[in-house]
Write a protein that binds this ligand. Structure first.
Ligand code: DGP
Ligand code: NA
Ligand code: NA
Length: 212
C-alpha cells in the first residue's frame, strides 16, 4: 500500500470564477485542510505577480501601464507557462496543487473584451490539464457588494457579467464542477472538500495536456 501511495501522483485542482467569488479564501481553506489531513499540498495562484512577467501584469491591472489586448493576453499565458516545470515536478512527486485561476480566466477575460475565443485559447494549449475545475458562482450582485470590488482594471459589474458568460461557454462537464459561493465560508468549504476528497481518492492516470 505504501508503494502505491508513493507512486500515485498529486492532483491538480483549479478554482475559477469571477472576481470576488471567494476563490482565494476557499483555496487557502482547502490547502490547510488537506495539509492537516497529512497530504502533501501546495497553493499557487495566477497571475503570479512575483516574476518579471508578473510585475508587468500587475502594472497593467493597477492601470499603471497599458498593453495591447494581444500582448497582455500572451503575458498572462506566459506567466502560466513559466510555472509548468515546477508544477509537473511537484505533481509527479505526489504533491497536490490547489490553484487560484488558470487558462480559463485567460480566455474569459480576453474574450469578454470581444477577442476571438479560438485565438485566445491557443497560447494555453498544452498546459497541464487540471484533474478538476471548481467553478465558483455568485448570485446577482453579491460580488460587487464584497469588499475591494472596483479597485483594479477588470473589476466592473458589466465586464464581470461578460466574463461569466464566457466561463459558461468554457464549462466542460467532464471535469468541471460548479460550487455556489452564496453560502457561508464554511458551507462553501464543505462543498469544495467533498468534491476534492473524491478526486484525491481516484486514480486519474498520467498527467494530461490541456486542449490537445
Ligand atoms: P486576481 O489576482 O485573481 O484577482 O486576478 C487579477 C485580475 O486579472 C482579475 O480581474 C482576473 C484577471 N485575470 C486573471 N487571469 C487572467 C488572464 O489569464 N488573462 C486576463 N486577461 N485576465 C486575467
Ligand atoms: Na481581482
Ligand atoms: Na482572488
Amino acid at each position: 500500500r505504501a508503494i502505491t501511495m508513493a507512486a500515485r501522483r498529486g492532483k491538480l485542482i483549479v478554482f475559477e470564477g469571477c472576481d470576488r467569488s471567494g476563490k482565494s479564501t476557499q483555496c487557502a481553506m482547502l490547502t490547510d485542510r488537506l495539509r492537516k489531513d497529512g497530504h502533501k499540498v501546495e497553493q499557487l495562484k495566477f497571475p503570479d505577480r512575483t516574476t518579471s512577467i508578473g510585475i508587468m501584469i500587475n502594472n497593467y491591472l493597477a492601470n499603471k501601464e497599458d498593453q495591447s489586448d494581444e500582448v497582455i493576453h500572451l503575458l498572462f499565458s506566459a506567466n502560466r507557462w513559466e510555472q509548468m516545470q515546477k508544477m509537473s515536478k511537484l505533481l509527479l512527486g505526489g504533491t497536490h496543487l490547489v490553484i487560484d485561476r488558470y487558462a480559463y480566466s485567460g480566455i474569459a477575460y480576453s474574450a469578454a473584451k470581444g477577442m476571438d475565443l479560438h485565438w485566445c485559447r491557443q497560447p494555453d494549449v498544452g498546459l497541464i490539464k487540471p484533474d478538476r475545475v471548481i467553478y465558483m458562482t455568485l448570485t446577482g450582485d453579491k460580488a460587487s457588494e464584497r469588499a475591494d470590488f472596483g479597485g483594479e482594471r477588470y473589476e466592473k459589474k458589466e465586464f464581470q457579467a461578460k466574463v461569466e458568460k464566457v466561463f459558461e461557454q468554457l464549462h466542460d462537464p467532464t471535469y468541471w464542477q460548479v460550487v455556489n459561493g452564496d453560502g457561508s465560508i464554511n458551507e462553501v468549504h464543505e462543498d469544495v472538500f467533498k468534491i476534492v476528497s473524491e478526486v484525491i481518492s481516484t486514480d486519474c492516470g498520467p498527467l494530461n495536456k490541456l486542449w490537445t
